[in-house]
Design a protein around this ligand. Structure first.
Ligand SMILES: [Zn+2]
Length: 125
């Protein structure tokens, strides 16, 4: 977007202009919040990997996809960092971190469960 006062190029979500100090778009603050909520549900700038990571993270509740969520979360985060280094504006970092945390937790749960089962199995022999 451009500043309505001095026409300088600003980020799309700017609510004031740092160059001429004019404030605008205050009335659209609620719209902005709605847009943010919507963009989380229907990601527009999120990378494909981060979307996959987000959904596998959600499905980690079913435990089995947890290692995949962890994997995709790490891949997505590395992908986003690479894109940001190239100056691309990419979103989805939040859902990538979410996937890593949830995926990591449930992966740990699986590993400790397997370890527990194998230990008890050995001692029962
Ligand atoms: Zn301005």
């Amino acid at each position: 977007m451009n500043c309505p006062e001095c026409n300088v190029v600003l980020p799309d979500n700017a609510i004031s202009c740092p160059y001429c100090n004019s404030r605008f778009g205050v009335s659209s603050l609620q719209d902005d919040t709605d847009a943010k909520l919507l963009s989380y549900l229907v990601p527009s700038r999120a990378t494909l990997l981060s979307i996959i990571a987000g959904y596998t993270g959600l499905f980690s509740v079913l435990v089995v996809p947890a290692p995949f969520a962890l994997l995709f979360g790490i891949l997505a985060l590395r992908d986003i960092k690479k894109r940001q280094a190239r100056g691309e504006k990419m979103g989805g970092k939040g859902r990538a971190i979410f996937a890593i945390v949830i995926g990591g937790l449930f992966t740990l749960a699986i590993v400790s469960l397997v370890a527990f089962l194998s230990i008890t199995h050995v001692t029962h022999r």
